[in-house]
Design a protein around this ligand. Structure first.
Ligand code: KIV
Length: 269
């Protein structure tokens, strides 16, 4: 177990970028895992709308609601003290109007007690980002391959190759200009991500965006090998918890069926 970490805030993110210290972030959706991440040196948790995939079994994130984010976000916040928690704004909770965006961001912050919200989009999301920030709510941007636009992209595809690089670059500048405290770069070429990271004052957090970002984020279930055989190129498996769980389930099943569980020491007299 790591030694106790100090409080991570949006100011910590800025200081880490200024000092060239990489920022680590993982997704998390439940209290038990949040407690374990709190005990690690990881700086930040993202309660991502990827919970639609890994917790709710949807094929994408589109069906996730603000209420879902609040339920899972609240559980995570209960498990942490010094880990910065960012909660995703789900699809259609900020796109209709800036008023709705501010109302939903406020609800998420008030009800979960998280530190910040994240929303997808570059120039198109800038008005919502700037109004949410003006309301005193820190915002993390998210550009490149933004999963809520999967239908528009025609699949989960790398964004920003060739001529499209300029669009992603301008999106990054717009998110910074709108007042975001950091920005996720998802599935963009490593060279472009490094160039954006150099150009921005705010930290970039990469996922599938190479080593030139200020920090990295992964979906916890992916890096623990818990989410089936899903293994995109950018995921590294740091453990094989999925196999360990399957073995434990089979060992339990066998012990029940051969009547070795429960033993006397696991029973009351
Ligand atoms: O929802 C999520 O987990 C995310 C990360 C992939 C960045 O947005």
């Amino acid at each position: 177990m790591s030694t106790a970490k100090t409080k991570n805030t949006v100011a910590t993110f800025a200081a880490m970028k200024a000092e060239g210290r990489p920022i680590s972030m993982l997704t998390c959706y439940d209290y038990t895992t949040a407690c374990l991440i709190e005990q690690s040196a990881v700086n930040a948790i993202l309660v991502g709308d990827s919970l639609g995939n890994v917790m709710l079994g949807y094929p994408d994130t589109l069906a996730v609601t603000v209420d879902d984010m609040i339920t899972f976000g609240t559980a995570v916040v209960r498990g942490v003290k010094n880990t910065l928690v960012v909660v995703d704004m789900p699809f259609m909770s900020y796109q209709v109007s800036v008023e709705e965006a501010v109302r939903n961001a406020g609800r998420i912050l008030k009800e979960t007690h998280c530190t910040a919200v994240k929303l997808e989009g570059g120039r198109s999301a800038a008005p919502a980002i700037s109004r949410i920030v003006a309301a005193g709510i820190p915002v993390m941007g998210h550009i490149g391959m933004t999963p809520q636009s999967v239908m528009q992209f025609g699949g989960f595809k790398v964004q920003g190759r060739g001529d499209a690089a300029e669009r992603v670059y301008q999106d990054a500048l717009a998110v910074q200009e709108a007042g975001a405290f950091s920005v996720v770069l998802e599935c963009v070429p490593a060279a472009l991500a490094a160039e954006i990271t150099k150009a921005l004052k705010i930290p970039t957090i990469g996922i599938g965006a190479g080593a030139g970002c200020d920090g990295q984020v992964l979906v916890t279930q992916d890096m623990l090998g818990q989410y089936g055989d899903y293994a995109p190129r950018f995921v590294r498996r740091f453990a094989d918890i999925g196999s360990a769980m399957r073995e434990a389930f089979d060992a339990y099943d066998a012990a029940v069926k051969n009547r070795t569980f429960p033993a006397q020491k696991e029973s009351f007299s």
